[in-house]
Design a binder for this molecule. Structure first.
Ligand code: SF4
Length: 180
């Protein structure tokens, strides 16, 4: 125990100091937070209850997933507002699908879609999932992929970008729930 304490004292703090936030940046942060609050409130005002989302990676490079993961951090605070990601499509109101849909994932995506209770919403995420932009064209239908998400299941809203930002994703989610 004493040797452990001695080691802790000797090692010191190895984490980096927090970056300094300049006054201009602070205002930018505040603006971003205001926009996030507005989007969250609007989504829940329309739904009047929680929204559950099942994310399906149908063949992305994981860049889109990193932005989707960011939605779950404390800054965007989706779960704190009642919008949460679930493990099963049976518990989901919405599928958030990144693509392009590989041949290996085609069947899994169809099954996830069929398992999601009606009225379900599908949001295609990223240029690959929407079939637009340079990467969307690159990964269009070929021997290994079925192309954009809409080639496999019906899509309600497209969120382009490579990858789209968390705010763009929230806008896409809001656009989808407005269609209900
Ligand atoms: S849109 Fe960009 S980030 Fe998203 S899966 Fe395609 S290449 Fe990756």
């Amino acid at each position: 125990m004493i040797s452990l304490l001695w080691r802790i004292l000797r090692t010191g703090n190895l984490t980096e100091p927090l970056p300094r936030i300049e006054p201009g940046e602070r205002e930018q942060h505040a603006e971003g937070e205001g926009e996030i609050d507005r989007l969250n409130d609007e989504i829940l005002a329309i739904l009047g209850r929680a929204l559950t989302i099942r994310e399906v990676d149908a063949g992305s490079c994981n860049g889109c997933e990193l932005e989707i993961h960011a939605l779950n951090n404390a800054y965007y605070n989706l779960e704190g507002r009642g919008i949460k990601f679930v493990a099963s499509p049976r518990h989901a109101d919405m599928l958030l699908v990144t693509g392009p849909v590989t041949k290996n994932m085609e069947n899994a995506l169809r099954i996830a879609y069929d398992c999601t209770p009606d009225p379900k919403l599908v949001v295609a995420v990223g240029d690959c999932g929407c079939g637009c932009g340079e990467v969307g064209q690159l990964f269009n239908e070929n021997y290994a992929t079925c192309g954009p998400v809409e080639n496999v299941v019906a899509v309600d809203v497209r969120v382009p970008g490579c990858p789209p930002t968390p705010i763009a994703l929230m806008e896409g989610i809001l656009a989808a729930v407005k269609r209900r």
